[in-house]
Write a protein that binds this ligand. Structure first.
Ligand code: ATP
Length: 344
């Protein structure tokens, strides 16, 4: 049995339903991200897990206990918000110890736990400071320590990195993942940033209009998107209208070029799609004209026109290798495993 179960959760505000029958099972110690565009219902689901919103229907079960109607403080959940939300008039140590004090943990034990938490987040010497004396990244680490100090059963993180600079964001996300694994704490992380979700999750729930479009490992989500929406939302995708020529052998035609896929298809029209890293320049393939070259360091991003649309392909940097120039005509292809077939 899973540690956290969301059983057909629904939520309406007035007559508008924003979460439609959301099901999810999370294992103990698992790190699951909710990924989706603004307004898809990520925060609403998280707030139902935390107890800040009451579901219109469905259940929240933690460790075998139905907490659907339990108050937030009865759920033993730790939460971190985008805005840090530290108490400005309390020191770092007092902030971290706040939940313990409210929970009636004796002073000596509290002090020990605060020291342990400050070490865990790598700020052992900053207990006496006030939040305004810390950087944004440090404040968010304190917020994490405060959430973890009462030893919650589940950690909920609502866009905790969104207010930080890009560089801090990357280092803090790695730190969050390390701490989460060290403690083995079951975690849900809400983000609209696909790179963030792909980099730190055991599994990702891609949400769209109040439902889970796909639940899978980062590799499954990226390599085998279950819906058109997931395919387009996670990563960059080039799409090509294709006509199926030989359904049994999976041969299609795109812009006059024949392409062999590695799977049988149904007859008719399909949309083929390929990630930028799967597309290559080859002797034969889809006719294209290079329209732009961007040098991004480890990768070169080429833009090319195919029919009436622009596609993007990435090549690893090879020092000394000549780059195709805008205006050059080329052919594009991908290995059979690099083609996604959408809308079948
Ligand atoms: P964001 O990343 O922008 O926070 P989200 O995916 O977390 O987006 P939610 O905040 O869960 O989305 O909102 C889902 C939908 O529910 C939105 O259309 C939002 O306007 C609506 N909504 C959320 N809270 C309320 C509320 N208290 N009253 C009315 N509508 C609400």
């Amino acid at each position: 049995m899973s540690f956290l179960t969301l059983d057909h959760l629904q939520k309406s505000f007035g007559t508008t339903r924003v979460v439609h029958g959301f099901d999810l099972s999370v294992e103990k110690g698992e790190f699951v991200s909710f990924l989706g565009p603004s307004g898809c219902g990520k925060t609403t689901v998280l707030r139902m897990v935390a107890g800040f919103e009451t579901p219109s229907a469905g259940r929240v079960v933690i460790d075998g206990q139905d907490v659907t109607r339990a108050r937030p403080n009865q759920r033993r959940i730790g939460m971190v918000f985008q805005s840090y939300a530290l108490f400005p008039n309390l020191t770092v140590a007092e902030n971290v110890g706040f939940g313990l004090k409210v929970g009636g943990v004796p002073r000596a034990e509290r002090a020990g736990r605060v020291t342990e938490m400050l070490e865990l987040i790598g700020l052992p010497d900053l207990g006496g400071r006030y939040p305004w004396q810390l950087s944004g990244g440090q404040q968010q680490r304190v917020a994490l320590a405060r959430a973890l100090a009462p030893r919650p059963r589940v950690l909920l993180l609502d866009e905790p990195l969104s207010a930080l600079d890009a560089k801090i964001r990357v280092s803090l996300r790695n730190q969050i993942r390390e701490i989460q694994q060290q403690l083995g704490i079951t975690t849900i992380f809400v983000t609209h940033d696909q790179e963030e979700a792909l980099s730190i999750s055991d599994r990702i729930v891609v949400m769209h209009k109040g439902v889970a479009d796909q639940i899978g490992t980062p590799a499954q989500i990226y390599n085998q998107p279950a819906t058109d929406f997931v395919a387009g939302f996670v990563g960059t995708l080039n799409r090509f209208a294709a006509e199926v020529l030989d359904p049994a052998r999976g041969i299609v035609r795109v812009e006059g070029a024949e392409i062999a896929l590695d799977r049988p298809l149904s007859l008719g029209g399909v949309t083929l799609a390929a990630r930028p890293e799967s597309l290559r320049i080859a002797e034969h393939g889809i006719p294209a004209e290079i329209t732009g070259v961007e040098f991004l360091g480890s990768v070169q991003r080429l833009r090319a026109r195919v029919g009436g649309q622009e596609v993007v392909l990435d090549r690893f940097n090879e020092p000394g290798a000549a780059l195709p120039q805008p205006g050059v005509r080329v052919h594009l292809t991908a290995p059979p495993s690099g083609w996604l077939v959408l809308g079948e």
